[in-house]
Design a protein around this ligand. Structure first.
Ligand code: 2AM
Ligand code: CA
Length: 273
């Protein structure tokens, strides 16, 4: 069977691996150039250089497509357009990178009307490239993989989450029943790269992930990976998740999904910014 988006996949993999070389080379010699939404939301020259590599590759091959990059300056079309849109996170896990913690990645996705259809996540420190095209399954370095279906309840699951990078969004973290989740699962991690955490749920190293107030480029590629690996993705109310300006996400192996949502017991009380 021939799947769609094979040219796009090839370009995205090459660009992610090229940006990955830069990230690996620079982990012990880089400078924090600025912070964005708050003092802990960091940017280095490597984020910008990696994004430049990827945007250049995509725009030269697919000039008609729209591109949303995490580090792009000025206005960007965050709300899903009717055309194909690329979501690029050139360095997901920037705080880990700044501290020399080798858990970060490049994340590139292609979406159609807010639904991601292609995802590439590249971990330059383990030389692991995760790819998925909707309808075509998920692969790690070219070999098919699935979520871990051996875990069917929260009690045996290893979960992961993250704390919103933007301090103003942190109160939203407490709108889930954290105690109930921690007491219900085998254990809970926070590894610092939403994209790589989603890739780990997809390939069965983790059972489930949730995080509030992420941006579309943090999750778009991972959403395709998890779904194509046989897992489930939703918002915190259990509804279909579309890429929007901010996203709250739950992803799992599918078997624990409803029990996971019940434990989270999400109450959306809004936020302050
Ligand atoms: P980043 O490293 O590309 O910034 C960690 O919990 C996750 O949150 C990472 O994927 C991180 O992506 C993301 N993150 C950090 N700051 C953020 C912010 N201000 N808004 C949304 N997501 C953020
Ligand atoms: Ca990110």
């Amino acid at each position: 069977m021939v799947y769609r988006y094979q040219d796009e996949l090839q370009v995205a993999v090459r660009a992610a691996q090229e940006a990955g070389h830069l990230i690996k080379d620079k982990i012990s010699c880089h400078t924090v150039t600025e912070s964005k939404s708050c003092v802990s939301d960091l940017v280095t020259e490597v984020d910008r250089q990696a994004e430049e590599i990827i945007l250049q590759a995509i725009s030269s091959h697919f000039p008609a497509h729209s591109i949303v990059g995490e580090e792009q300056q000025g206005d960007r079309p965050l709300v899903p357009a009717d055309i194909l849109t690329w979501y690029v996170d050139p360095l997901d896990g920037t705080t880990n990178f700044v501290f020399g913690l080798q858990f970060c990645c490049v994340s590139i996705a292609l979406a159609h009307q807010g639904v991601p259809v292609l995802g590439v996540i590249h971990d330059p420190f383990r030389q692991e490239t995760y790819t998925a095209v909707r309808g075509g399954g998920a692969k790690l370095n070219g070999r098919p993989f699935t979520v871990d279906k051996s875990v069917s309840c929260m009690e045996h699951s290893l979960l992961v989450t993250g704390y919103p990078g933007n301090i103003k969004k942190r109160p939203r973290l407490y709108q889930v029943n954290l105690k109930r989740v921690i007491d219900s699962c085998s254990n809970l991690r926070a590894l610092g790269s939403a994209a790589l955490e989603l890739a780990y749920v997809a390939c069965g190293r983790l059972t489930g992930f949730w995080e509030v107030s992420l941006r579309p480029w943090d999750v778009a590629a991972g959403m395709v990976l998890v779904e194509e690996a046989g897992g489930q993705v939703s918002n915190l109310a259990g509804q279909s998740l579309y890429l929007d300006e901010y996203v709250d996400i739950v992803a799992s192996n599918g078997l624990i999904h409803q029990e996971f949502l019940d434990c989270l017991a999400w109450k959306d009380e809004g936020d302050e910014g």
